[in-house]
Design a protein around this ligand. Structure first.
Ligand code: FES
Ligand SMILES: [Fe+2]
Length: 364
């Protein structure tokens, strides 16, 4: 069901603090507990006491570790038991399960697969939220739907016209599906779906970005790599304008399965213009919250229908389904390979998205 030997986004850094609180989140259908040590290092535990299996989150923080709320066993930040009330001897197997949790590029990444393979160098190279010359508008949306439905959504942006008219979508008369998509596979690991839209009316979000209602040349490149790391590279400039006038946004969509039918959707709109405009940062967050709530609504409706009918989508494959279907096939093959004992590991993924983005400037 899930690819295990890879890094998943677990939280935004500011969600996990060293102030004595903990963050609990179900990830890949496992209960996870996160906090920081006094030195600020993030740690992740299976939220389950190895004694009688109550959630460790029902206990409380103790030093740099945690104390179970039932019989008081204490575990250090590495999961090893450091104290058992009423006995001096600590059994060798008295450890809580921990997982690698690393902060990089403004995201906390967790590894729930084979710990021997948990190489931090495999963390996807997505630097924009933490780059000083870029401004990030991050957010989080919980979606009660299979993470693959969200990848389908992100690799086929023709839905913009129908559900995002208030933000990034044009009116239906000027449907972006009429601008053909070029789909390509990069390095056998990445799906890239690119669309140029010359001389198109600017949807509301683009009017906010450019401060103008004039028509624009626009592109969007949807990038996906396993398991569910997505980026939309978006460019816009006045119709017929010079390349230097292009405003570029890189929108990250990091999808982490909560369960088989629910998803943690971490998103971040990153821009390299008007970086100091705090009001714009906030307005982008609002616009994206709204936009992704619209996607959430559609994916949740779809999930309910899939559950009720037992069918799989799509029932008919349209032109716009090319990229989503390729990604689905690639992911299934990786999960199968891993299940058969292969070491899938997404080694070349590290810089894949950044490199693919640089491949073709589009509307150039
Ligand atoms: S259940 Fe945790 S110490 Fe007993
Ligand atoms: Fe959408």
């Amino acid at each position: 069901m899930f690819l295990m030997n890879c890094w998943y986004a677990a939280a935004w850094p500011n969600e996990v603090s060293a102030d004595g609180g903990v963050l609990t989140r179900r990830i890949l259908d496992r209960p996870i507990l996160m906090f920081r040590t006094s030195a600020g290092n993030p740690v992740a535990f299976l939220d389950r006491c190895p004694h009688r299996l109550v959630p460790l989150s029902a206990g409380r923080r103790a030093g740099d570790g945690i104390r179970c709320g039932y019989h008081g066993m204490e575990f250090g930040a590495d999961g090893h038991c450091v104290h058992i009330p009423g006995q001096d001897k600590i059994p060798s197997n008295a450890s809580a399960t921990t997982f690698p949790l690393i902060e990089r590029h403004g995201v906390l990444w967790i590894w729930l697969g084979d710990v021997k393979l948990a190489d931090p160098e495999l963390i996807p190279f997505l630097p924009w939220p933490a780059l000083p010359n870029w401004a990030a508008s991050p957010g989080y949306t919980h979606v009660a739907a299979d993470y693959r439905l969200l990848t389908d959504n992100l690799l086929d942006l023709s839905h913009e016209n129908y559900i995002h008219q208030g933000t990034i979508g044009n009116d239906e008369e000027e449907t972006i599906a009429d601008f053909p998509v070029q789909t390509s596979i990069v390095d056998k690991r990445l799906v890239r779906a690119h669309r140029d839209m010359h001389d198109i009316a600017p949807p509301p979000f683009f009017r906010l970005m450019t401060g103008s209602s004039d028509r624009i040349d626009r592109w969007q490149t949807a990038l996906w790599t396993a398991p569910a790391i997505n980026m939309t590279d978006v460019g816009a400039r006045p119709s017929g304008g010079a390349r230097e006038q292009t405003l570029v946004s890189r929108v990250l969509h990091l999808l982490t399965p909560e369960t088989a039918t629910s998803t943690h959707y971490f998103w971040s709109h990153n821009r390299n213009f008007r970086q100091d405009d705090a009001e714009l940062t906030e307005r982008i967050i609002e616009a994206h919250q709204r936009t992704f709530d619209e996607d959430k609504e559609m994916c949740e409706l779809q999930q309910r229908e899939l559950d009720d009918s037992g069918l799989s989508a799509p029932q008919i494959a349209l032109k716009v389904d090319d990229a989503p279907l390729r990604a689905r096939r690639m992911l299934s093959a990786l999960i199968r390979e891993e299940g058969e004992g292969g070491t899938v590991v997404i080694a070349p993924q590290q810089k894949l998205i950044a490199d693919a983005e640089a491949l073709e400037p589009a509307v150039a």
